[in-house]
Design a protein around this ligand. Structure first.
Ligand code: PRT
Ligand code: ZN
Length: 210
């Protein structure tokens, strides 16, 4: 039996469950349960917070998982990635108040930037030779400039409407993300075999969608 960790409830949940179902894997889904077993494939599904998924897979509590690349890279777990899944696409972007002048990344030199992704942001700033003060906050990042907490933000953007409604303007795209399948590096032969079967089905689903 292979253990798959997916997000319990959030932006990844629905498409993760949909992918498993499209692979012909049946299970009874209940939002109240923490885990469920497939009725026709050797798979058990664990429902977790997305941030916990890379750690559980690295520790072997789950064998495989589905998570956003933004979370995976921020947690320094890129080595677990097996395959991009093509959904939950978004980007991590820098944004400034729309009335602020901005011409290039060097305008952020010495400024303060609020984000929930300090590592990805720091890497990007270092690559661009910019030193800034990073304020790590766990949520409501987009209100940081208007309350005087930071000059700029670095946050997940999808349609861009959250930025607009908070009077912000996207100025740099820092990181592109989508959902990825991740796996523990030390699966035994039996589990690896099940994963190969699952991947075979995922590829068939992806081909059918093209
Ligand atoms: O509770 P749990 O910890 O499991 O979930 P979470 O609240 O941490 O994550 P969740 O469900 O919000 O997002 C899960 C993953 O979905 C993220 O890690 C991304 O990989 C991906 N994703 C895709 C997004 C978005 N699109 C997205 N739009 N994650 C967040 N957003 C937020 C963003 O933070 C901002 O507040 O949506 C807002 C921007 O959206 P637009 O459309 O207005 O630009
Ligand atoms: Zn989360």
């Amino acid at each position: 039996m292979l253990r798959l960790a997916i997000q319990k409830s959030g932006r990844l949940s629905e498409d993760s469950l949909k992918l498993i179902r499209e692979c012909g894997i049946s299970f009874i889904n209940s939002s109240l349960k923490l885990k469920t077993e497939s009725t026709n494939f050797p798979l058990e599904i664990l429902y977790l917070r997305d941030d916990d998924i890379p750690g559980y897979v690295a520790d072997g509590v789950a064998d495989i998982g589905i998570v956003g690349e933004n979370v995976l890279v921020e947690e320094g777990m890129q080595h677990l990635a097996v395959e991009q899944l093509g959904f939950s696409k978004c980007r991590l972007s820098l944004a400034v108040p729309k009335s602020d002048s901005y011409s290039s990344i060097s305008d952020l030199q010495g400024k303060s930037i609020a984000t929930s992704y300090p590592k990805i942001l720091q890497t990007y700033l270092t690559e661009n030779g910019v030193q800034a003060n990073i304020h790590t906050i766990s949520g409501s990042v987009e209100i940081a400039p208007s309350i005087g907490l930071a000059d700029a933000i670095c946050d997940i953007v999808s349609s861009g409407s959250t930025l607009i409604s908070n009077g912000l303007r996207e100025v740099e795209r820092v990181f592109k993300s989508q959902a990825v399948l991740i796996a523990n590096g030390g699966l035994d032969a039996e589990k690896q075999e099940i994963l190969n079967k699952l991947l075979f089905r995922i590829h068939a689903v992806q081909r059918a969608q093209k």
